[in-house]
Design a protein around this ligand. Structure first.
Ligand SMILES: Cc1cc2nc3c(=O)[nH]c(=O)nc-3n(C[C@H](O)[C@H](O)[C@H](O)COP(=O)(O)OP(=O)(O)OC[C@H]3O[C@@H](n4cnc5c(N)ncnc54)[C@H](O)[C@@H]3O)c2cc1C
Length: 444
């Protein structure tokens, strides 16, 4: 192989590192370019999604490269949600009917470090930190990077953009005219806060994801191995009760006292954290096509970033890597065939999870607190117990299976139709029985 036969992966985040592992296992030479310095040497960026929920799709990908056990050793399983009302006691709602299935809280930096170690440990992988892609010629695979030592040029046979929601590779394809994109930002942002350990122990139940649903906004908290919790506020960016409207320490304290009263005693640094931590943006990226001539392609958030309300962005990005590897298998490693095949298989699934993630925001910030929703979940769990394998909830299919996302949507629609028909049938039957009874009474 000459230098130009290398595959370049731009972005050594979650998807990029996993992709480098899968490609190296195929015997390919991989150059992994990352704009940041080596994250294993420093601390995580302040306020940038410190932990995330890893579920079956992500675990399935890690299992394929033998990394699941190592990652899970540092994970904290969350078997349900704890709902924190403004007043009254918190309420635990299990994710699965048997209360056993869990999503897993893991540190983003620990996961990234494990993947980086795995990629670097494979023959054929070289990692270049401090390399920000600034230029790309999709016709030749020529790339330009800004580095601390000045501009660096490189060339690769195939360039894969795994450089996240604000992808520079996508930006170059847009400028080249081969791709169109739409970016739909929510008028909500996110900000991280922290709940430290109390007397050396977790201050809340570490076996659950905590939600403070407040109708038009919410806060969630996930446990960390150091016994702290990372909280994320999902609030409107403008208007009343928004990030923009709350800026003085007194107003912040008043707002939390009114809407999140239990948090004031749990988080002594709340006001400082609130004032210091940045507000992140939330949005959905749609673009296409994801590839040009089998030479340049996009994976993960670079191709299809979604809002985080189903905890699936990274899981979905990992699933991309598994599917791309499968496409390379099926096409004998022919990139010109594999990249379009990958897009044709993944597109409807990534569109489906983008829709479900948006819909889940309403569920998390509003519906979970309603008694009707809670009865609905209990009925769902009862159905899952009664009809094992035949009725499976949407949450279960998304988080605890690898059923393609688009198939999840179709299957849930079928299940709802079936239930609707069963309910209508029962109503008819009850109506007929009622009429027979009335007639029976009239004509003894
Ligand atoms: C608040 C929040 C909570 C979330 N929670 C969850 C969750 O619970 N579960 C879940 O599955 N997902 C979650 N996600 C989504 C998840 O973080 C993303 O889907 C995932 O990180 C995507 O991985 P990626 O590798 O495609 O992109 P990224 O993780 O963003 O990695 C991109 C990499 O590319 C690098 N890069 C960027 N530009 C360049 C450039 N020009 N040159 C070189 N390198 C570059 C970046 O430095 C970075 O290392 C959450 C997201 C947010 C915002």
């Amino acid at each position: 192989m000459s230098d130009t036969d290398e595959v370049a992966v731009v972005g050594a985040g979650l998807a990029g590192c996993l992709l480098a592992c899968f490609l190296a296992r195929r015997g390919l030479r991989v150059a992994l370019y990352e704009r940041r310095p080596d994250p294993r040497a420093g601390t995580a960026e302040r306020g940038r999604s410190i932990n995330l929920a890893l579920s079956e799709r992500g675990l399935d990908a890690l299992r394929r490269i033998g990394l699941d056990k190592q990652v899970m050793a540092q994970a904290l399983p969350m078997r349900g949600r704890v709902i924190h009302p403004v007043h009254g006691n918190p309420d635990f709602q299990p994710y699965s009917f048997d209360g056993e299935r869990a999503i897993n809280s893991i540190s983003r930096s620990a996961l990234n470090a494990a993947l980086l170690d795995a990629a670097e440990g494979l023959p054929g992988v070289r990692v270049a930190f401090g390399h920000r892609l600034t230029g790309l010629d999709p016709d030749t695979g020529d790339m330009t990077f800004e580095t601390p030592e000045g501009e660096v040029r490189a060339r690769a046979a195939v360039v894969l953009g795994a450089d996240g929601a604000g992808s520079a590779v996508r930006g170059r394809l847009l400028a080249y005219g081969s791709l169109t994109e739409s970016l739909d930002f929510l008028d909500y942002g996110y900000k991280e806060l922290s709940i430290p350990p109390r007397d050396g122990e977790f201050a809340l139940d570490p076996g659950a994801l905590h939600i403070w649903p407040r109708g038009t906004s919410m806060m969630i908290a996930l446990p960390n191995p150091d016994r702290s919790f990372t909280c994320t506020l999902f609030w409107p960016t403008g208007g009343t009760a928004s990030f923009a409207s709350l800026s003085s320490p007194a107003a912040i304290e008043r707002h939390f006292a009114a809407h999140y009263p239990d948090l004031l005693s749990l988080s002594p640094t709340l006001v400082d954290d609130y004032l210091r931590n940045p507000v992140g943006m939330l949005g959905t990226v749609r673009c296409g096509p994801w590839q040009v001539d089998g030479r340049v392609g996009l994976v993960g958030d670079a191709a299809h970033a979604i809002v985080p309300f189903y905890g699936q962005g990274a899981n979905c990005a990992f699933e991309d890597v598994v599917e791309l590897d499968r496409c390379l298998d099926e096409t004998g490693g022919d990139w010109a065939a594999a990249l379009p095949l990958f897009e044709s298989r993944r597109r409807e699934n990534t569109e489906a999870i983008a829709r479900m993630a948006l819909a889940n925001f309403v569920e998390m910030r509003d519906k979970v607190a309603s008694p009707l929703f809670q009865i609905g979940r209990k009925v769902e769990h009862a159905l899952e117990r009664l009809l094992p394998g035949r009725y499976v909830s949407r949450y279960e299919l998304v988080s605890f299976s690898t059923v393609p996302y688009a198939e999840v949507q179709r299957r849930v629609r079928r299940q709802h139709r079936m239930l609707g028909a069963a309910a209508a049938g029962s109503a008819l039957l009850l109506g007929a029985l009622g009429a027979a009874l009335v007639n029976g009474r009239r004509n003894p």
